[in-house]
Design a protein around this ligand. Sequence first.
Ligand code: PLP
Length: 455
Amino acid sequence: MPGVDEVLTATGALVREYGAAAAAEAARTVLARLREQITTGALSGDALDLALAGINAALERQLRAAFTPSLRPLINATGVVLHTNLGRAPLPPAAIAQVAEAAAGYANLEYDIASGERGRRDIHAQAYFAKLFAADAPWPCATIVVNNCAAAVMLALNTLAEGGEVIVSRGELVEIGGSFRIPDVMQKSQALLREVGTTNRTRIEDYQRAITDRTRLLLRVHRSNFAIVGFTEQPPLEELVALGKKYSLPVLHDQGNGSLLDLRALGIEGESGVAESLRAGAEIITYSGDKLLGGPQAGIITGRTEWVERMRANPLFRALRVDKLTYATLEATLALYLRGDHNAIPVLRMLRLPADEIRARAEALLAAAKGNHHLRMEVIAGESVVGGGTAPTAALPTFVLALAHRSLSADALAERLRTHEPRVVGRVEDGRLRLDLRTVPPEADTVIARLLLAL
Ligand SMILES: *Cc1c(COP(=O)(O)O)cnc(C)c1O
């Protein structure tokens, strides 16, 4: 057995590429593994000679694995457009160009170019939001950006209701994305939760009866990821706003999905956009940047200027603020809305993709992978999902490539596709692996075909 130093001297190139410390650690790991195999008798004779001759290659493999990033791109063939586990919205190319420029150098993040003095970070994106909502807000309105929508809700509640009470319907005490629970966020923001109504029915009188001189806010939380059907009642946002006006209480709408378009145009019913909340008179609206807006992860607060100014002055805002990368991608995405260039926003393009187009691509993929006789393939009708805790009942008609392998189970097939480059994630349903090309960039179709042929 060679020593660590000996192995490293023989592999100068690897030491130069990965650094001496990482190379030494990898060499120790490789040699320890070899020693273990020799002691247990797993390696001897010719096999041992081969292993000794292959130390360099083993070292290179070890180093390559150690330097593989934990966060890696993959192909989402689940048909879930805003897949939270897979990173939600892919960014528009224009946003990627803008963020590359901002990331590579310095920028006027908190610098006023005209005066040459310190400026404000939170003015970025402001002008775009002002233009987008110019016709919707009944009063002067402003927008600030924080890390995500959970942070936005926390900041709004803490600023406007710390030590006071917030009234919310029992039908809206939701949990979103695993750990975002309205009652928990409320507690951490030091506001007291005042639950009214029942799970399925809350009337405007329930809110009215709960108002006291300790009440600070009326809260409406969008039931993002579930629906209550049957014997139900919930006052419309306008009615809640009217009640608030009577008692000088603003309504905070945790709108969530961040849609800047009329969703019916996307074939999604029963969801409303940010502009509709403003028109209904909600004075503070919180939403995500990486759901239906189709931009970077961010929490956005749009509301009456006096409330937003108070949130700006809250020290929590400093802790929850975003960096120049978020502002760059958000501004570039908002510019596309201003231009009406919705197809340049991947989330909107994918949501609007006609089922026929997806069927044609799935059939082309089937034809391209036909040479692999171990696969049984069929293009069948299915449903794509919006995802991201949005529009839980909306189903987008699609066509999927359903796959079965002669010797691998559907789960084993799914594992094979997601653990080999280029990692492809599909959905297993009814004993077959389904690939929905709605969420696959068209240029990746041939990559998937090659992968299927090689299976
Ligand atoms: C998604 C969502 C949140 C959480 O948003 P994040 O950006 O994931 O923090 C909060 N409220 C509503 C209504 C949502 O839909």
